[in-house]
Design a protein around this ligand. Structure first.
Ligand code: ATP
Ligand code: MG
Length: 251
């Protein structure tokens, strides 16, 4: 089980901004159990990436904590990292190398034995339909091929918790489906999966539970039917808009 408890993150104000500080994430709580796909939804600047970066140990929460079973991110950063696979929306891959080479490199970085790397790599390349391009330089790959490579790298160590920030952003529907089908198969294998997305259709299809974040605050949380039952709307997109569009129920 992954539990986020009263998570907040405050940044110093960025240059050019009059505000001294930005409260990017404000007292967020939610949880996700094995086999579940949790969708974090929110407009640009809502705090999704900041939340996922806190969960992935890349940045330290200002307050609150995150737990995976009995481990927490503040005290057990190293164990935490080994249990998490994080895909960022701005992962930069060195264009000179091939997917195959990068997987070996990241496998060794994760202190995996060579035969385990080979086995894991071969499974990921097959599952993500990558075998045609694993020996091509990353520079020569399409956006979708690069994204599949980033997905495979983030999962080389077979983490229990998969955290993907906008995994289908910029992908065509075929590649997008390959990635989301893959996530479904990982959830069925008992992994904990948390994604952020702007795509309501994908969210509705893929996620078992949702959190709608606006200006760092959790506005709605639960299954699709729980969220819809408590609203005046009959779909997720309209509930979402009710929090962000001028004239919406909650604005
Ligand atoms: N390193 C940082 N320093 C200062 N402010 C930051 C930093 N990172 C994010 N922020 C601010 O925190 C807020 C939340 O940003 P975040 O990237 O988490 O939003 P998001 O929901 O992921 O948005 P998007 O949909 O555009 O990716 C924004 O106001 C952003 O400017
Ligand atoms: Mg983001």
């Amino acid at each position: 089980m992954l539990r986020v408890e009263n998570l907040s993150k405050q940044f110093k104000g960025s240059r050019g901004s009059s505000a001294k500080t930005v409260l990017a994430v404000n007292n967020l709580s939610f949880q996700c159990k094995p086999g579940e796909i949790y969708g974090l939804l929110g407009p640009n600047g809502a705090g999704k990436t900041t939340t996922l970066r806190c969960l992935s140990t890349l940045i330290k929460p200002t307050s609150g904590n995150v737990f995976i079973d009995s481990y927490n991110v503040l005290e057990h950063g190293k164990v935490f990292r080994s249990k998490i696979g994080f895909l960022t929306s701005d992962m930069k891959l060195d264009g000179y190398f091939t997917p195959d080479y990068m997987m070996n490199w990241f496998g060794r970085l994760n202190k995996m034995e060579d035969d385990v790397i080979q086995e894991r790599k071969s499974k990921l390349f097959t599952d993500l339909q990558m075998t045609d391009f694993i020996h091509k330089k990353i520079d020569k790959l399409s956006t979708g091929m690069k994204q599949k490579t980033a997905v495979a790298i983030s999962l080389i160590h077979d983490p229990d918790v998969i955290i993907f920030d906008e995994p289908t952003n910029g992908l065509d529907i075929v590649t997008s489906k390959a990635v989301t089908d893959f996530l479904v198969s990982r959830a069925e294998a008992g992994k904990i999966i948390i994604i952020s997305t702007h795509n309501m259709t994908i969210a509705e299809k893929l996620c078992h539970r949702f959190g709608i974040i606006v200006e760092g605050e959790m506005k709605e949380e639960g299954t699709l039917s729980e969220i819809i039952e408590g609203s005046n709307w009959d779909n997720l997109e309209d509930v979402f808009f009710s929090y962000i569009l001028p004239g919406g129920d909650h604005v």
